[in-house]
Design a protein around this ligand. Structure first.
Ligand SMILES: Cc1cc2nc3c(=O)[nH]c(=O)nc-3n(C[C@H](O)[C@H](O)[C@H](O)COP(=O)(O)OP(=O)(O)OC[C@H]3O[C@@H](n4cnc5c(N)ncnc54)[C@H](O)[C@@H]3O)c2cc1C
Length: 587
């Protein structure tokens, strides 16, 4: 008996989709999240260490494109959600919503650090913030990084900002600017020189293999040129074609599924938050937007499955960190404050213990096998660096903050999974503060996305039930057999959805909630209906019996194939069967 798929909610979105890469089903992860979320919220919301992040937001330039070549990534280009924002109060406009809020403090120089070791920020983040838990004195990054270290190529070390004051939610950042960044990020999924065997078309066939960013820039530019030429061609048909953009070979890269899943899962999580914490810009109300969820996520179960995949991936990374973070001599959270340090560690442990409570949630040892190991890993790292650089092209500060943080979070997770030995205790204290903060906050983002998705799913079900009820009511009305009191809608309503049905009033009496009574039915009607049901059940049972041998054959062969794949080290097909209770509405 397959215990995971036996429960009602198991694999409700896309059966077994996650099992193939992450050894866990939806229901296992949702159960785990119920345990992990409370201590994780506590950690990210009540400790100074985890509620502040240092980020270089303003001294970086988008390295991939500028307005001159017809592509555009800055705020002025981000088409806003409303055609005319002049009609709405400034506070609801995208330009305001995207701004950073709350206190901000410059990274202190060496002299201040020496003079004021306990208060290097001199109260700039607020009087009660334990600054020794927030400030990090770091130097260069080591080459195991999957993300771009914040201080790369910039003179400024960045600012400390409060994550609590800047929740990830709807900002109104949308349109061409946002789309262009996402497109470029997904194109990164395909970036690998071996995939571009016709690189001559990019005009750089003789150049030695340069940094990934340079190559990537060339691809983007080629794509940009292509786009501009395409537009020009509409007016002037003689405009030349660019022979190849390099993007034609996209399919070859699709096998690098994990990278794609990480990015798509991150995108799905961002979309979930903006739909859950959505501002209706004409009424000024913050509320979940069911239509937004349906259009961006519900219709795309693979996106949701990728989000769950990321949850499994981060759970494994966090569980793996437990021995590394448990001892003060191995890691200090707050250098100048032993009490806060102990408190933070206890809260971290509460999370890592829960994360480690489900064994085998993601088996990283299966990755980077089949001879591609080191080069694939290198490729992975470079792609991640580029995604992080692409975040500098995001034209909304708050989105950039969370985009950067989450890219760094996944980068850290990959580093922990693939660079740390599987020994009980990893040897080197290689994780920086920024990395830890990014990792745990990215985990917290996924955790709250999962919860929001579960709620959204309930809303969809309620919405559908309401719609069905209304349809039946209409049918009955046309037959004129419904008493007036049964015409009230009975199902709960989606709060705030643009597609919300009318709300059930709180004082609605119990009697009014009962099913509508159907009058004028004769005994013959009742008998015919009952007989119809009996025949349907009989048919159902007989078909199940007839199908059984075929099904058994399918199960045995598919399991044998899976066993064989496992034995010779191939990726194992997802399980295509499971036990579930018959759905009564099939009858
Ligand atoms: C880094 C970054 C951070 C952002 N943060 C915020 C934020 O905090 N708040 C906010 O309101 N807006 C944010 N945005 C903007 C937001 O993500 C959308 O771009 C915007 O709302 C417009 O949405 P859209 O419906 O046009 O599709 P987009 O979300 O822009 O998607 C573009 C295309 O990508 C594909 N796609 C969408 N989702 C997935 C997925 N999960 N997997 C694979 N493919 C997918 C679809 O083909 C879609 O048409 C951010 C954008 C970026 C690039």
């Amino acid at each position: 008996h397959n215990s995971e798929s036996s429960s009602q909610d198991a694999c409700a979105i896309s059966p077994n989709a996650i099992v193939s890469d992450a050894c866990a089903s939806y229901s296992t992860l949702e159960r785990l999240n119920r345990d992990v979320k409370p201590p994780l919220d506590e950690l990210t919301q009540t400790t100074d260490f985890f509620s502040h992040y240092r980020i270089n937001l303003f001294h970086k330039k988008c390295p991939f494109w500028n307005d001159e070549n017809g592509m555009c990534g800055n705020i002025a280009c981000a088409v806003e959600t409303l055609d005319n924002e002049d009609d709405i109060p400034p506070v609801w406009r995208a330009s305001e919503l995207g701004k950073l809020e709350g206190p901000r403090a410059r990274h202190p120089g060496k002299s201040v650090q020496k003079e004021e070791p306990k208060r290097p920020l001199q109260g700039l983040l607020g009087e009660h913030v334990g600054e020794s838990c927030v400030v990090e004195y770091d130097d260069e990054c080591d080459d195991r990084d999957y993300c771009v270290p914040e201080d790369e190529s910039a003179t400024s070390k960045g600012d400390y900002v409060s994550l609590l004051r800047n929740p990830e939610r709807f900002t109104g950042y949308a349109g061409d600017g946002a789309k262009q960044v996402w497109d470029a990020i997904y194109r990164e999924n395909c970036f690998q020189r071996s995939s571009f065997s016709h690189s001559a078309a990019l005009g750089q066939d003789t150049s030695p293999r340069g940094p990934a960013a340079m190559d990537f820039k060339a691809v983007i530019e080629a794509a940009g040129r292509q786009q501009v030429l395409e537009q020009q061609r509409q007016h002037n048909p003689l405009t030349p074609f660019v022979a190849k953009t390099g993007l034609e070979y996209e399919d070859e890269c699709l096998e690098k599924r994990v990278f794609y899943r990480v990015i798509s899962g991150m995108h799905a999580s961002i979309s979930t938050h903006l739909c859950w914490d959505f501002l209706n810009q004409t009424t000024g109300q913050w509320q979940p937007n069911l239509g937004c969820y349906i259009n961006r996520l519900h219709k795309f179960p693979d996106r949701i499955s990728n989000l769950y995949f990321n949850y499994a991936l981060l759970t494994r990374a966090i569980a793996k960190l437990e021995p590394y973070l448990s001892q003060q001599q191995d890691y200090m959270f707050c250098l100048g404050d032993p009490e806060q340090d102990a408190d933070t560690r206890a809260k971290v442990m509460a999370v890592t213990k829960k994360a480690a409570s489900v064994p085998q949630i993601f088996d990283e040892s299966l990755m980077f096998k089949n001879g591609e190991g080191p080069s694939l890993k290198e490729d992975f790292r470079n792609r991640f660096r580029n995604v992080s650089r692409l975040m500098d092209c995001v034209g909304c500060d708050k989105c950039r903050l969370w985009g950067k943080l989450q890219t760094a979070g996944y980068g850290t997770a990959l580093k922990v999974l693939f660079e740390f030995d599987n020994n009980d205790k990893p040897q080197l204290p290689v994780l920086k503060r920024t990395e830890l903060v990014a990792l745990f906050n990215t985990y917290a983002r996924l955790s709250s996305s999962m919860k929001a998705i579960q709620k959204f799913r309930e809303m969809v079900e309620q919405d559908e039930a309401t719609r069905k009820f209304e349809e039946r009511l209409k049918e009955a009305e046309t037959l004129n057999i419904i008493p007036d009191r049964a015409k009230k809608p009975r199902h709960a309503i989606v709060p705030g959805s643009s597609e919300a049905a009318p709300s059930e009033s709180a004082d609605e009496s119990h009697e009014e909630r009962e099913a509508p009574e159907y009058h004028n039915r004769t005994i013959k009607d009742e008998f015919d209906e009952e007989l119809g049901r009996v025949i349907k059940v009989l048919k159902y049972v007989l078909t199940s019996w007839i199908n059984f041998p075929v099904m058994l054959w399918h199960i045995i062969t598919s399991e044998l194939i899976r066993l064989w794949q496992f034995y010779i080290g191939l990726p194992v097909n997802p399980r295509s069967w499971g036990f579930e209770l018959p759905r009564v509405d099939e009858l």
